[in-house]
Ligand binder design. Structure first.
Ligand code: SAM
Ligand code: SF4
Ligand code: SF4
Length: 394
C-alpha cells in the first residue's frame, strides 16, 4: 500500500459540551476556555474542503464526529449528511445526554442507517460519576436504543486508577452484549493535566487489572497496547499491508499512524489524546492531505523503526508500537518506550507469555473485522459491508 493511507479521521467539531467531566481532555468542562475558543470553530465549508475531501484522497473511510459534544453543533445533522454524501461512514461520539430516541432516529434517517454511536462508559456503578459527570444508565439506555434502531454501537472506556477494580465488570457487560469497545488511556491533555499524576495508571495496573481483560476477547482487539501479536501472523493475515511501517489490514496495537485526529480549531495530530500537545499543522493553512505529507510528526510516527528503548528492541515493535501517548506524557518523547508496558524484552527473540492467547483471539477478531469491512484477506475481494450494528471501527 502506498505511503499515507489512513483509515479514520477523528474530528472534534466543537469544544462545547453539556457535561463537565473533571478530567476532560478537550477542556470542555472549563467554560472560560471554551468561550475563548468557540469563535475559532471550523465552518461546514472549511470542514468539507480542508478535512473531508482531503481525507478521501488519503483513503479515509470513516469520520468519527466528536467534541466536546458534537451534537451541540447546530449543523450536526448537515455534517453527518455531508459525510455520507462524500462516501464516508459516520461514527458519532457522544456522552449520551442529548441522544434521545428521537435524535437517534434522526441520525439514522440522515445517514441512511449507516451511523455508529460511540458512548463513553468508565464504570457501570456509581463510580462512573467520578470521571464522567453522569451515571452510566443514560449510556446504557442509548446502547439499547441503538440495538433496537439498527444503529451500530461502540463503547469507549477511559482507563485510569479510578476503574482498575471495575474494568473487568464493564468488559463483561460489553462482551455479553456483543458490543465492540476500545480503551482510552487517561492523559494529561486539557483538564486531564490536573489529575494525570494522581490518576494515570502505571505498569502494574495495566498488568494486573486492564490487560487480562483486554486480551481475553476479540471485542477490544481493534486497538490496545501492549499488543503481543506475532509479526509473522499479522504479515500473513494482512498480506503485508502497511502505512509506511505501521501494520494495517487490519490496524492493531497503537493506532498512531493509522488514523488522524483534528481538534476544533483545525490542528492535526496522530491520536485524539495527543491533540493540543503535538501538532502536524493546521488545516486552515493547508488541507489535511498536504499537512500529513509534509509534517515531521507524521514522518516520525509512521516509521516505527525509529522507536526507542524497549519498544525499539521488541519483537512487537511493529504490531504493538507501544502507546505513543504514554511515551509522550511520561517522558516528553513521543518516540520513546511506553513506560506503562510490563514486558521487558532482552531483544527481538524474547517472546511474550501472552503471544499465543493474543494470536488465537486475533484470528477471531479477523472474522469480525472482515464482516465490518475493515479487513480483506490477501487475494480476496472486499466482503459486502456488514450491517452497521456489526461495525467494529472505533
Ligand atoms: C473527549 S470525549 C468527546 C465525546 C463525548 N462528549 C464523550 O463524552 O464521550 C471522547 C472520549 O475521550 C475520553 N476522555 C476524556 N478525557 C480524557 C482524558 N483526559 N484522557 C483520555 N481520555 C479522555 C472520554 O472518556 C470519551 O470517551
Ligand atoms: S497513542 Fe496509540 S495506543 Fe495510545 S491512545 Fe493513541 S492510538 Fe491508542
Ligand atoms: S516494549 Fe513496546 S512494543 Fe514491546 S510490547 Fe511493550 S509497548 Fe509494545
Amino acid at each position: 500500500m502506498a505511503l499515507n493511507q489512513f483509515q479514520i479521521v477523528y474530528f472534534e467539531a466543537t469544544r462545547r459540551c453539556n457535561l463537565r467531566c473533571t478530567s476532560c481532555m478537550t477542556g470542555s468542562n472549563d467554560p472560560r476556555r471554551v468561550r475563548r475558543r468557540v469563535r475559532s470553530e471550523l465552518s461546514l465549508e472549511a470542514i468539507r474542503d480542508r478535512i473531508l475531501l482531503p481525507a478521501r484522497r488519503l483513503g479515509v473511510h470513516t469520520v468519527g464526529w466528536s467534541g466536546g459534544e458534537f451534537l451541540l453543533r447546530k449543523d450536526a445533522m448537515d455534517l453527518l449528511r455531508l459525510g455520507v454524501e462524500l462516501g464516508l461512514e459516520c461514527s458519532v461520539l457522544s456522552n449520551g445526554k442529548a441522544l434521545t430516541r428521537k435524535r437517534l432516529e434522526r441520525i439514522r434517517d440522515v445517514t441512511g442507517g449507516r451511523a455508529k454511536i460511540i458512548v463513553g462508559v468508565n464504570a457501570l456503578d456509581d463510580s462512573n460519576r467520578l470521571s464522567r459527570d453522569a451515571d452510566s444508565d443514560r449510556s446504557i439506555q442509548v446502547l439499547e436504543d441503538c440495538a433496537e434502531l439498527g444503529l451500530g454501537r461502540h463503547v469507549v472506556v477511559t482507563i485510569a486508577k479510578f476503574n482498575t477494580e471495575s474494568f473487568q465488570r464493564t468488559i463483561d457487560y460489553v462482551v455479553r452484549n456483543n458490543i465492540p469497545y476500545n480503551r482510552s488511556p487517561l492523559v494529561a491533555r486539557g483538564s486531564g493535566s490536573r489529575c494525570f499524576g494522581e490518576l494515570g495508571f502505571d505498569r502494574e495496573d495495566l498488568q494486573r487489572h486492564f490487560h487480562p481483560a483486554l486480551r481475553r476477547h476479540p471485542h477490544g482487539y481493534v486497538s490496545y497496547t501492549p499488543f503481543f501479536l506475532s509479526p509473522e501472523l499479522h504479515e500473513q493475515a494482512s498480506g503485508g499491508v502497511r502505512n509506511n511501517t505501521v501494520p494495517e489490514n487490519p490496524a492493531i496495537g497503537c493506532w498512531a499512524g493509522s488514523w488522524l485526529a483534528v481538534n476544533a480549531e483545525g490542528e492535526v495530530s496522530v491520536c485524539p489524546v495527543l491533540l493540543d500537545e503535538l501538532s502536524g499543522g493546521n488545516v486552515r493553512d493547508r488541507p489535511l492531505d498536504e499537512l500529513v505529507a509534509t509534517s515531521t510528526l507524521f514522518a516520525d510516527i509512521t516509521d516505527r523503526s525509529r522507536l526507542k528503548g524497549r519498544c525499539g528492541r521488541c519483537r512487537y515493535q511493529y504490531t504493538c508500537g507501544g502507546c505513543r501517548a504514554m511515551a509522550y506524557y511520561h517522558s516528553g518523547d513521543y518516540m520513546g518506550e511506553d513506560p506503562t508496558c510490563f514486558f521487558d524484552p532482552v531483544d527481538r527473540s524474547t517472546v511474550s507469555e501472552h503471544e499465543e492467547e493474543t494470536n488465537r483471539t486475533f484470528k477471531k477478531y479477523l472474522l469480525v473485522a472482515r464482516a465490518a469491512g475493515v479487513y480483506r484477506p490477501p487475494g480476496k475481494q472486499p466482503s459486502a459491508r456488514a450491517t452497521p450494528g456489526q461495525a467494529e471501527r472505533p
